[in-house]
Design a protein around this ligand. Structure first.
Ligand code: GFB
Length: 313
């Protein structure tokens, strides 16, 4: 991949896709192909065929996906399975048909079994049952990994899969029911501060542990892996640092300036109790995350209060 390569970023308006575009533009890449969901429905095979026939991309970052937090995953189950299976099948198959030089597919740490040993190593995939709240999304992402793996094995395609930790950053979604925990905490703490409320509802027990990765770190890792990694096995991208949801809530409250308390609604699910990834494979290639969680949250909150890079309230 070089400055003049034709690079298609599928999902360019999303948090991950827009971060990859920022990173590519910063490197001087000038031929980036973007297609909004209003012009191309990636679930539609004919529209994806037309897109590839027209633009002939040489490299593809497959960041398009239906995503959401625990409640969205748990309730929009058919949509998470169908949309993601269709999007990734169409894009990966057209990348094969059009002789794309390399494709990078983005998955998620929820592909690993619910009770897998920690930290999660790449080889733990498909060794036991999944977490029920996000089984449809995880199954779709596992199918995406297997598509990349098997197009490589059968046709020699240079398709790789990257599994990030829980992401946050610019262009996140702040929907109170459907978003992930970190943007939701920012919104809840900010609104409680403004309205002078002294208590905030959170979900589950507060005890699950999560590993958070800033999306700009992920974008750097994706560019690095596009250049450096060509292997049949997927690869983890994380920081290796865990935090409980209760600790995260307090961290966000301190940054936002919310001084009230939190209570936990146990009618809402905890999901996986722990999912910290072993990213030693990536680190051994020479890549490390650069953005600390507190620095990243401060940066995102600054943008949130300015109304920048914020979606779907
Ligand atoms: O970020 P989150 O929705 O996704 O939730 P997952 C993380 C943890 O935060 C869970 C708790 O234990 C939630 O119960 N939590 C507490 C809250 N309060 C809230 C709240 O107000 N909103 C939200 N959203 N959570 C998703 C998967 O899992 O992570 C996806 O469903 C994907 O498939 C994604 O893998 C990265 O980390 O539980």
């Amino acid at each position: 991949m070089n400055f003049n390569s034709r690079i298609y970023v599928a999902g360019h308006t999303g948090m991950v896709g827009s971060a990859i575009i920022r990173a590519l533009e910063a490197q001087g890449c000038s031929h980036i192909i973007k297609a909004s969901s209003s012009s191309v429905d990636l679930r539609n095979q004919h529209q994806v065929q037309h897109l590839f026939n027209t633009h002939k991309p040489e490299y593809v970052f497959l960041a398009a996906a239906k995503v959401g937090g625990i409640h969205a995953n748990n309730t929009l189950r058919a949509d998470f399975l169908y949309d993601n299976l269709m999007i990734q099948s169409n894009v990966i198959h057209e990348a094969y048909r059009n002789n794309v030089k390399k494709l990078l597919f983005l998955g998620s740490s929820c592909i690993y079994p619910k009770q897998a040993p920690q930290p999660l190593r790449e080889e733990y995939l498909l060794t036991a049952a999944l977490e029920p709240t996000n089984e449809p999304y995880a199954l779709a992402k596992i199918a995406g990994i297997k598509l990349c793996e098997n197009y490589r094995l059968q046709y020699g395609c240079d398709f790789i899969s990257v599994m990030p930790a829980n992401l946050y950053g610019p262009n996140d979604t702040y929907h109170l029911q459907h978003a992930h925990v970190l943007p939701t905490l920012i919104r809840k703490c900010h609104e409680a501060k403004i309205k002078q409320q002294n208590t905030i509802e959170l979900w589950g027990s507060g005890t699950p542990m999560r590993e958070f990765l800033h999306v700009d770190d992920l974008a750097q890792a994706c560019l690095f892996l596009m250049q450096q990694y060509s292997n049949v096995q997927h690869i983890n991208v994380g920081t290796g640092i865990e935090i409980s949801i209760a600790e995260l809530a307090q961290t966000v409250a301190n940054i936002v300036g919310y001084t009230g308390s939190f209570y936990y609604n146990s009618n809402m699910p905890d999901g996986t109790m722990r999912k910290v990834m072993d990213s030693s494979k990536l680190q051994s290639l020479g890549w490390h995350a650069q953005i600390s969680l507190s620095e990243g949250i401060k940066n995102v909150y600054d943008q949130y209060i300015k109304g920048e890079a914020v979606k779907a309230m």
